[in-house]
Ligand binder design. Structure first.
Ligand SMILES: O=P(O)(O)OC[C@H]1O[C@@H](O)[C@H](O)[C@@H](O)[C@@H]1O
Length: 252
């Protein structure tokens, strides 16, 4: 893409690119994912019949939120010292493998999506439109393989100058969040350095990715009262909605 022609300031920091996470930042789909994960793991733990503690909101934040689907399954199972075969990407939802559980979770997520549709956060959409009017570059960076479907359902497909999603993670063999690779790839596609971009994230793994990638600013979006955890993971600024983020516009 052509070089962006403007910067926007967060505090004293000039940012030429804004890199938005999707679920929980742009669209109200973080809770939809969490519900599907809870159904998946509670069913799985019950089937094991070992009286293990159910999947909790904290499990979601620590081990699953923001990570690619298969990484989420692996990370949660490791936290409980549960070992099952990895399996293959083509495994059906009934398979007792990591990939089978991931497929089962996707079925549950897509079912919820079809039933309830997708809502967008108006504070985020307004900010993106202001950035675009000011010719500041904007990208979407999500672990989700369902990004196009979710954006289409929310009517937001054409809002971004670049998109890096879960399909790119596989196609380009990128490490998922909390590694910074997907954010670095988005900055590269915008023709920018990490040091001139801001990362906007609600997931601990995503904030960590922003910190590890040495981005100019990491904004934590706290919709579930986990502001301290977002700061501990590396957020420079925490807001409860992006309508509260102070952004100043100035020509480059
Ligand atoms: O299963 P998908 O749509 O590929 O999404 C992968 C992950 O995407 C992240 O954005 C969500 O925070 C996770 O909950 C989700 O598991």
């Amino acid at each position: 893409m052509t070089a962006p022609s403007a910067v926007a300031h967060i505090g004293d920091v000039a940012c030429s690119g804004f890199l938005f996470d999707m679920d929980g930042v742009v669209t109200a789909t973080a809770r939809v994912h969490e519900r599907a994960w809870t159904r998946l793991f509670d069913g799985f733990l019950a089937e094991r019949g070992k009286g293990e503690a159910p999947f909790s909101a904290d499990d979601y934040l620590q081990y699953v939120d923001g990570r690619p689907r298969v990484d989420g399954v692996e990370s949660f199972l490791a936290s409980r010292s549960i070992e099952i075969p990895h399996g293959m990407a083509s495994d059906p939802p009934t398979a007792h493998t990591v990939c089978g559980l991931a497929a089962r979770k996707d079925e549950m997520f897509l079912h919820e999506l079809d039933e309830h549709g997708v809502a967008a956060f108006s504070g985020t959409v307004t900010l993106i439109r202001r950035l675009r009017e000011a010719h500041v570059a904007v990208a979407l960076v999500t672990a989700s393989r369902n990004a196009v479907r979710v954006l289409d359902a929310a009517g937001l497909t054409d809002l971004f100058d670049a998109r890096v999603d879960g399909l790119d993670v596989d196609r380009l063999s990128l490490a998922g969040k909390p590694e910074p690779d997907t954010y670095l790839e988005a900055a590269r596609r915008l023709g920018l350095e990490a040091g001139s971009c801001v990362v906007l994230e609600d997931a601990l793994a995503g904030v960590e990715a922003g910190r590890r990638g040495r981005f100019a600013v990491v904004v934590g979006v706290d919709r579930t009262h986990h502001a301290d955890a977002l700061r501990d993971a590396g957020a420079d600024v925490v807001v409860s909605d992006l309508s509260d983020l102070e952004v100043r516009f100035a020509a480059a």
